[in-house]
Design a protein around this ligand. Sequence first.
Ligand code: HSE
Length: 412
Amino acid sequence: MTVIKVAILGFGTVGEGVYRTIESHADDLEAVLGKKVEVAAILIKNKQRERNIRKDVLVTTDFEDILNLPKLDIVIEAIVNKEPTFTFLQKAIERGCHIITANKEMFAHHGKHLIALANEKSVSVGFEATVAGGIPVIQTLRQLLKINRVQQIQGILNGTSNFILTEMREKKWSFAEALLQAQKNGYAEADPTNDVEGFDAFYKAMILSRIAFGEEPNWKDVEREGITPITSELIEAAEKLELRFKHIASISKEGTQIQVTVKPALVGKENPFYHVEGVENAVSVHSDIVGRITLQGPGAGMFPTASAVIEDLAYVCQNNNIKRNFNQTVSAELEQKKGKAKEFWLITGLSKNVIKPSITCIDEISNGVFVIRADKKDLDNLGKLDETISYFPILGEFESEVVSFEEKVSAL
Ligand code: HSE
């Protein structure tokens, strides 16, 4: 029986999880693939650290040692940053290896190039672990929704942000305490700015956009905001309204334009994201035949991410010609109600001298935190005038009585 030889680049949370899962599920892999899967080499950064790795595995700090192995079938990448990762993976493809990556930043930037190169060399690229941790959303879109035309995708795509928001609400932890715990649990990126400022979710949204619509918006046109403006006070005000803050990426096609936003929003109990708590992620795909499907599961952590990688391992070994790919897809326009009604918003930092008649005050929830009804463009204009204003859309149905505008803002 031939053996499938694998190299793992990186031995952090993800790399170690992948190594341990290949060991623990060796029989399952052999049963599915008809061949043994063997980790031949691991690329590490620091030779001094003690690691629990079998003695026959080559452990090296030099990628060339890995490329020079006499037999190598799959390179699994679990490092951070775009470089040298991109270079390593190009070399691996040139050598004829399938590649699997968990690196969303690198893949959002260079995925198209890697897939084109892989097609040239007749090898496969697995990237399930780049989006939503253990949730198999990439393969759902690539393999199981090939005929459906995707209209919209919405998702909670960053486990760290969702964990922080949940812990701040449930345990009354500070932002800093919740972030520290997310780091201890192995959820956060090496630089957690990527998580809490929405960059990580942005990269994931770009990857989803490519799969669903075959293209991405101009990155500069994407509205990206993280969870840092959300204070404990705002979370409490939202609770009074039975609403929860969620960090939501939204991807749709309107006309020929791909529209993507990555930012916090408020959701009520009827919204599938309301109960997505802690490190969980959820992705809701709206397609023309099936309607709306929501997938939910762990969005970060050692074994959820290893699960995505190990399923990719089976996929790249068995890959047949998958049509829904980065470069080839069908899509349907989301039927937008043009000239749509004003939306509801939770807003803080509003001062009397910037209030416009186009803004309807609905209620004051707590000191200085209001529910209002307004057009987004009016709020964006206000936000440009006064940077202390923070406003968050309330998604879905929201019912509340309009309270006299003058009465409610007179206290300001
Ligand atoms: N830091 C990422 C998150 C890891 O918290 O979602 C999974 O991509």
